[in-house]
Design a protein around this ligand. Sequence first.
Ligand code: UGA
Length: 440
Amino acid sequence: MRVAMIGAGYVGLVSGACLANLGHTVTCIDKDTGKIAALRRGEMPIYEPGLAELVAGNVAAHRLFFTTSLAEAVKDAAAVFIAVGTPSRPADGLADLTCVYQAAREIAHTLRGYAVIVTKSTVPVGTGDEIQRIIADIRPDADLSVVSNPEFLREGAAIQDFMQPDRVVIGTDDARAREVMYELYRPLADNGTPVLLTARRGAELIKYAANAFLATKITFINEIADLCEQANADVEEVAHGIGLDHRIGPKFLSAGPGYGGSCFPKDLLALLKAGLDFGVPIRSIETIISINDQRKRAMARKVIAACGGSIRGRPIAVLGLTFKAGTDDMRESPAVAIITALQDAGARVRAYDPQGMTQARSVLNGVEFAHDPYACAQGADALVVMTEWKEFRELDLRRIRCLLKRPILVDLRNIYRPEAMAEHGFTYVSVGRPKVQSAT
Ligand code: UGA
């Protein structure tokens, strides 16, 4: 099947490459001429494990193409995906749908026969109706269906999430469109993936509700972690104990510095604002957003307390800058707010990240960047682990211990065992677990 994918960002590029890998002929379209030129040279605009190889394989098989010409790609496509960004509007926090509606207008001018227009971008409930209206205004004769097909791709695991999803959601009441969409995802359905057929508005809401629920789970365990610290209990045990209940499930119960990224913060805000527009204030979401915001400064206070109450003039080493491991994405990374708070308290911050250094340099001010974790730790008063990179789990802790001026390690992702850290002679502070004093 011929597919046009408008937007070669995270979602568009991964979805386009994966659909090509399922056997379809996919053209990814982007207005950014530099990005398209780079993609044609085989250079990826983002760090995503396995993506470069997947793209290269499907380009070589003549199933995946890149262009800046929307008209060229859309005119013969059976399915036209809209996968452009929907950032928060600075004025009110609602999703900015400018690019989505612009894409709809451009599609309208190029449509020939019947086509299915598929919204992959995360859009508020009712956006599909508006896309349909925009296209019908320009081309009353156009034969089309507008479908909501949300994505559930985690950065760092996006290809696996596309190829082995928990479900595929197809939101439309239109039988013709359902057939096209089913055909598109048939290889996944044949492998046992549940394909959920819903109304369009239901599909649009499923996406927001899923992200909001996951963010709620994280925020809940973070608060339980705070309680564990005061009550001298271990949050890992509590998370394990509740996660074994099938009604709760074990995933997204890792306590940490708060959620970040390009999705949860913006989607929760958009859901909250959309709720208000419908006259439905979703108080739980409002609370989750506020708890998560406050958590970042609280994490900085945790570091200051671990250092004895003051970090003024002190060098502090930070490992991990991106919003989580497995990505180079700095958007809404808790590390930014935490580092800023440490600097506000007078610390001199030196940092290292396996993939995020380039992006971090443009976001962080006054931070010294180290070329590896050991150079980062050298002479620091404390080492703060901000993300759960495998590289950090495998550090030579004896060496780190010798390099640090004071053996204080604040682990905001609980990647080490407290007992092992005590044996190594660290004063070890983690999240929701008993503090361990250096054995030496
Ligand atoms: C998230 C969702 O997981 C995807 O299903 C969704 O498609 C995507 O947003 C999107 O809307 O496009 P992503 O933002 O890549 O994916 O990251 P997650 O792996 O969900 O992590 C989000 C944040 O929560 C990170 O800061 C992470 O460190 C944090 N987190 C996650 C925790 O603190 N604890 C956990 O147990 C899990």
